[in-house]
Design a protein around this ligand. Structure first.
Ligand SMILES: Nc1ncnc2c1ncn2[C@@H]1O[C@H](COP(=O)(O)OP(=O)(O)OP(=O)(O)O)[C@@H](O)[C@H]1O
Ligand SMILES: O=C(O)[C@H](O)CO
Length: 523
């Protein structure tokens, strides 16, 4: 068995040759090769948005004059630079910032996920690690993306640094996804535990990140512009790596340097929608009631420059280039995939069927009903930037392999107590859907991966599937529907073919939502 795997691994790495297509062994090899290409493409997607290069693109320093340019603004540096940061990608961002601006840096504090330094060290990613005598103090916390005591300590240290600044100082704020959990500073009398419980409940009931972060902002000292307020009168430049669809700066990490525009009424609507209003702790009610009568009104952020330095769109653009270099006709479908994971899975499976039919039977295509169903599903998902028509038109004129790329963040409404993540659940659902119809003479592979390298509370980044999933799982005695009913996608993929369909990258040090890759390869 091990020897067979060795051979397959070797085949998987071998360059693709037309002679490989056809025959059972060749089909297995080609399927391995396709999986290997999918993995490589996912790695390229992530590679395009690693923190160092993005930061270097956003900042330029004139070493003689000490002028720092960010977009069209200039700032005079003169040992007056401070740095704070919070988020999954912030270690690499801080390392790059210190490398570039170190001679002006007085002090820094960052809050990053527990274990990320060790993970970077063991992966040999030196470019993600601060130097031994760095001026940046590091706090690690928020295990499993939930605010904890360590993250609270970090948030207090960040607040203290910000509050000590003067009008001559410049505060560089490094922000990336996961920042909300890494910067918890609940407004008393709300406790950390209460905030944690409320966040968990909202997330488990399927609240969107916009809704979740509206509540987080209302209960926090630093979110919703609170950090910018604390740093006033210093100048503030926030460099933001987006992990939210549409790159809204007020939502990413709950906008600590963006004035919040939400009212208490907005919060109450959200709490009502998820059936949480009646059970609210007294402390939360107190803080919301106080906000209503706050004489100072919302924070003002006129002294802040917020700049998005990287996003899902940037990552997919690179993946598209790489896919084209591999010989695929590659189209970016959307960078705003949102909605319930079940509908998103149906969409991808139907897309594979409709696009696959156009690819293998030009002129014939899938049935008119299937086309209509696909457009209806797309309309239900309300994806603002969806290039569906363009993608299908591109497929018609193509004889060779096609790769459709998309990004975003579907929502999972947790019903079971199984182990899984958004990406593994999406992949499993797509696999189950793909098995429902014959797809014709075409190889299909769908991959879904979180660019941060960690899908939910699991060690995998995601998974990939093929239409044979259901039958192969059944042959192993695995009932896909039963795993899905318990949101147990990770357990499924660990057991299915010895975990071969799991995507393992380790923590990547970046975070621009998820990437979805759909490969269609005529046989
Ligand atoms: N058993 C499960 N099956 C499917 N999805 C799950 C499961 N457990 C958690 N999730 C989902 O995983 C997500 C949380 O995972 P993760 O920590 O990777 O979030 P994230 O959105 O990447 O974090 P951030 O946006 O802060 O970077 C939630 O959307 C949650 O619904
Ligand atoms: O930290 C957060 O709030 C999410 O990752 C969205 O940015």
């Amino acid at each position: 068995m091990a020897a067979a795997l060795q051979v397959l691994r070797h085949l998987a790495r071998a360059p693709l040759s037309p002679l490989l297509w056809g025959g059972p062994l060749a089909r297995l090899a080609s399927s391995m090769a396709l999986a290997e290409q999918a993995r490589q493409l996912f790695e390229s997607t992530v590679g395009a948005v690693l923190p160092g290069p993005m930061l270097q693109r956003a900042l330029s320093l004139d070493p003689d004059s000490g002028q720092l340019k960010v977009r069209d603004r200039s700032f005079q540096l003169q040992q007056n630079l401070y740095l704070v940061g919070f988020g999954k990608a912030v270690l690499g961002m801080a390392t790059a910032a210190e490398e570039l601006l170190g001679q002006h840096l007085v002090q820094g504090v960052i809050s990053i996920p527990k274990g990320i330094r060790a993970a970077m060290e063991s992966a040999g990613k030196q470019e993600m690690l601060l130097k031994p005598h760095s001026r940046v103090q590091v706090f690690e916390g928020a295990e499993n993306n939930l605010p904890d005591r360590d993250a609270l300590r970090a948030a207090l240290a960040i607040r203290q640094l910000a509050e000590g600044l003067t009008a001559d100082d410049l505060l560089l704020v490094l922000i990336s996804g996961g920042g909300s959990a890494l910067l918890p500073a609940p407004i008393p009398p709300v406790t950390l535990e209460e905030k944690q419980t409320l966040t968990k409940l909202l997330a488990a009931r399927g609240a969107t990140i916009q809704e979740l972060n509206t509540i987080r902002k209302a209960l926090s000292q630093l979110k919703g512009g609170g950090l910018a307020q604390a740093a006033y009168p210093a100048q503030v430049v926030s460099l933001i790596l987006s992990d939210v669809v549409g790159d809204p700066v007020e939502v990413i990490a709950s906008g600590p340097t963006v004035a919040s525009i939400h009212s208490v009424q907005d919060c109450l609507h959200i709490l009502n929608r998820y059936g949480l209003r009646a059970a609210l702790p007294r402390s939360v009610k107190t803080v919301l009631a106080r906000a209503d009568s706050d004489p100072h009104g919302p924070h003002t952020c006129g002294h802040v420059l917020n700049v998005i330095i990287g996003s899902n769109a940037l990552a997919l653009a690179e993946a598209q280039k790489q896919a084209e270099a591999l010989g695929y006709r590659a189209v970016v479908l959307s960078t705003a995939i949102q909605g319930d994971v079940k509908s998103v899975a149906q969409f991808y499976a139907l897309l594979a069927r409709v696009a696959g039919a156009r690819l293998t039977m030009p002129g014939a295509g899938a049935s008119v009903e299937e086309d209509e169903q696909l457009y209806e599903l797309a309309a239900e998902l309300q994806l603002p930037d969806l290039q569906l028509k363009e993608a299908l038109e591109a497929v018609v004129g193509t004889r060779g392999p096609v790769c459709l790329l998309a990004g975003g963040e579907p929502t999972v409404q947790l019903q079971g107590s199984g182990k899984g993540g958004r990406n593994q659940e999406l992949a499993l659902r797509v696999g189950a859907e793909l098995g429902r119809w014959p797809l014709g003479p075409i190889d299909v592979l769908f991959l879904s991966g979180g660019t941060d390298g960690q899908d939910g509370p699991t060690e995998a980044a995601g998974a990939w599937v093929r239409p044979e999933l259901i039958s192969q799982a059944a042959a192993q005695g695995l009932d896909v529907a039963a795993f899905l009913a318990h949101n147990d996608s990770h357990t499924f993929f660990c057991r299915f073919q010895g975990g071969a369909h799991l995507l393992h990258t380790g923590l990547t040090g970046t975070n621009v939502m998820d990437a979805h890759l759909l490969f269609l390869q005529p046989r």
